[in-house]
Design a protein around this ligand. Structure first.
Ligand code: F6R
Length: 243
């Protein structure tokens, strides 16, 4: 596990974008596992900037996103489908037919999850998985639990996560209560994992996840067992990290 210390959010975003762009340059037809949330937005902005300058080409890239709310139509501005279009897909030359997210509009959870597992298999797995870190240690929407979930599944979001996400909705009642998410096993099967973390409010969970016990109660802690993980975090997020 390598930990790169960034000065601030901007520096973190640039370092993360550098790693993603190196992946695309080294393997133009790579499979990127992508994340939503506020942390990766700066990295996506940086990638768009480099694309516009002619330094990056997404034409052969395939992407699979970590998760999607269940029950939100794709044109809802809080769906992760909408987010990815807004921040990346509509701004670079990625082939939209090769950008995948779980189908939040599919009410049958088993059908939605089986279909997504098939997609991940059919694209040959993930080369580089980008992750954010939840305050409770969740990755994707894999919430603290008694076991590590394997493949794509439907989750009931915890109160903490609903509370953290309510800032994006008109009221807490509008926050979806369920989501489809890639499982921990699928995330662990990615060849390389890049975690981005920013802000003092994440300092405690960063230490717990990457220096504490490996336990499904802190889902991100499993990343300690992956052989190629890069954490790019700003100083505030690393401020409570035990050496
Ligand atoms: C998003 C996702 C979540 C977020 C996490 C951190 O696709 O899977 O696990 O990465 O909730 O969110 P932010 O970056 O908003 O703090």
């Amino acid at each position: 596990m390598k930990i790169y210390r960034a000065k601030d959010y901007k520096d973190m975003s640039r370092k993360a974008a550098n790693i993603i762009s190196a992946q695309i340059i080294m393997k133009p037809n790579c499979v990127l596992g992508l994340a939503t949330g506020s942390t990766p937005i700066g990295a996506y902005e940086q990638l768009v900037e480099w694309y516009k300058k002619g330094d990056l080409d997404f034409s052969e890239v395939t992407s699979v996103n970590l998760d999607e709310y269940k029950g939100l139509p794709r044109d809802n501005d809080q769906s992760y489908y909408y987010f990815m279009n807004e921040h990346l897909f509509s701004k670079v030359n990625i082939d939209k037919n090769r950008t995948y997210l779980p189908d939040g509009t599919e009410p049958d959870s088993k059908k939605a999850c089986d279909a997504y597992n098939e997609i991940i298999k059919s694209v040959g797995g993930v080369d580089l998985q980008l992750l954010g870190l939840g305050h409770n240690g969740h990755i994707g929407f894999n919430e603290p639990s008694d076991t590590f979930a394997k493949e794509t599944h439907c989750v009931q979001l915890t109160e903490t996560t609903i509370e953290a996400n309510k800032r994006f909705f008109a009221s807490i009642d509008d926050v979806p209560k369920e989501a489809y998410t890639m499982g921990i096993q699928t995330i662990m099967q990615a060849k390389k994992v890049l975690v981005v973390v920013s802000g003092a409010d994440k300092a405690e969970i960063v230490n717990k996840a990457f220096r504490g016990e490996v336990t499904p109660q802190v889902p991100a802690s499993i990343l300690q067992m992956h052989n190629d993980v890069i954490i790019v975090a700003d100083e505030a997020a690393l401020s409570k990290l035990d050496i």
